[in-house]
Design a protein around this ligand. Structure first.
Ligand code: PHE
Length: 454
């Protein structure tokens, strides 16, 4: 430990004394990675791109790119004991790395502003489903979603999400973030299993399982590979400082290698079960499989409305979506909050209150742009919401991911020591982080901004 302490880097762990317990950290990191992506994106891209064949491809992408970067982010966080910008500076003493890290902090802040809007929708649907209001007044679920999204209620729910996340974060790492995840993540698994059993026993469920998993290697192409890669990245919450910031609260004795495997497996497992919940339900009622808003707020409500106790299963499903969104949202908000604490020396409470309030205000235009008063304002053919999504997911996140690989592979010489890797595994990790991951991230980036096509 003593050689970690130099004049330039005084004992970093003293300036950042908050810690997760070992189990708490794994749960919080799984909470971050298991989000809307697992619930409403992964099952669909899997079904569309060859079922089990795509699943295999996704696992390869996780292993080649996702897990090495996840390990790198956590290692930087624990070594640097700071936020996503300060840690990079603490480990090198170079100002330009702080600036590059600042991009991730900005990315997290911008993502949080509109992620809270979507998380708010899930809360609204939870209430509507449990009270049964969702199923009254006809079955035009597209119309119902559009009339909700174009009104002002989304702003109210967005505020609720911000308040809740701000409150959890203000309570601290172990008393807030860890506790929140310790309660919600096991609950999440329990609900997911109940829903899985229920949906697998619906008539015609087999067709849904077939759509999700039947291997069709003929459907795999270059596009599937890029989609799998992009999703491996997004699904593990990489490229925006989340895992780095969480990593800064990890005990020195915890094995980061095992944590990486546990988080990767957890993420995969939740995505797999989500598919077994969604498609049997969708196919059993003869609905079109899809993803995102159309799946969660239009197709599935139509299915719930037709099944016995649909309000209950619908309610459980939306609680699930809400938990997925909230545990991810907390990890996103923690990134700028940690930055404010380290750089502006704010107390945790002040940072949580100020950042969540400002983030709320920045997100209001997004909330009002999905058919609302700002719906018609579409510079460059994109709504405000779409712009935030585009700039963060397609530009800032890949840059953040690339920065992590270059930092770990080239700029910081002691990553292996901090990660607890040496010999064979260190060499493999360095090969992936120095060469494979940067090239693949660059390819996905060029593909998603339309510079190359496949
Ligand atoms: N990993 C989350 C998901 O799968 C999304 C997310 C991205 C959360 C980035 C935090 C940071 O939906």
């Amino acid at each position: 430990m003593s050689n970690r302490t130099s004049k330039k880097n005084p004992d970093l762990s003293r300036s950042n004394p908050e810690r997760f317990t070992s189990a708490g950290f794994i749960l919080a990191a799984i909470g971050s990675s298991v989000g809307l992506g697992n619930m409403w994106k992964f099952p669909y891209i899997t079904g569309k791109h060859g079922g089990a064949a795509f699943f295999l491809l996704f696992m390869i992408c996780l292993i080649l790119v996702g897990l090495p970067i996840l390990l790198a982010e956590m290692t930087i966080g624990r070594g640097g004991r700071g936020d996503a910008a300060t840690s990079l500076y603490n480990l090198t003493g170079k100002k330009h790395w702080r600036l590059i890290g600042l991009l991730s902090v900005l990315c997290a802040f911008l993502i949080m502003s509109y992620y809270a809007v979507v998380a708010g929708w899930t809360l609204h649907y939870t209430v509507e489903s449990i009270t049964g209001a969702l199923f009254r007044g006809g079955d035009d679920y597209r119309g119902k979603f559009e009339s909700f999204a174009s009104g002002y209620w989304p702003v109210f729910w967005q505020a609720v999400v911000m308040l809740l996340c701000g409150w959890v974060i203000a309570k601290g790492v172990s008393g807030g973030i860890e506790k929140f995840n310790k309660i919600l993540i096991p609950g999440f698994l329990a609900i997911l299993l109940v829903l899985m059993v229920h949906s697998l026993t619906l008539p015609g469920a087999g067709q849904g399982v077939e759509f999700f998993l039947k291997p069709d290697f003929g459907k795999l192409d270059a596009e599937s590979a890029l989609i799998a890669l992009g999703h491996a990245f997004f699904s593990l919450s990489l490229g925006m400082g989340c895992m780095l910031t969480y990593g800064s609260y990890v005990e020195q004795k915890q094995s980061l290698g095992s944590a990486t495997l546990a988080i990767g497996l957890g993420d995969l497992l939740y995505a797999f079960i989500a598919g077994l919940v969604i498609f049997p339900t969708v196919f059993s009622f003869g609905l079109e499989p899809g993803e995102g808003v159309g799946l969660a707020f239009m197709a599935l409500p139509a299915a719930f409305s037709q099944m016995p106790f649909g309000f209950l299963f619908g309610g459980l499903f939306f609680v699930l979506l809400a938990i997925a969104a909230l545990t991810s949202a907390v990890s996103i908000l923690e990134v700028p909050v940690a930055y404010a604490m380290h750089n502006w020396k704010w107390s945790r409470k002040k940072a949580a209150a100020v950042i969540s309030s400002v983030c709320f205000l920045v997100g209001v235009p997004s909330a009002l742009s999905v058919g609302g008063v700002l719906g018609a304002f579409q510079p460059g053919g994109k709504t405000v919401f779409d712009w935030f999504d585009f700039v963060t997911s397609y530009v800032l996140m890949p840059i953040g991911g690339l920065a992590v690989t270059l930092f770990t592979g080239y700029a910081w010489k002691r990553a292996g020591e901090e990660a607890g890797l040496s010999g064979f595994w260190y060499k493999i990790w360095m090969f992936l982080i120095k060469i494979v991951a940067p090239i693949l991230i660059l390819l996905v980036f060029l593909y998603s901004v339309g510079i190359i096509s496949v």
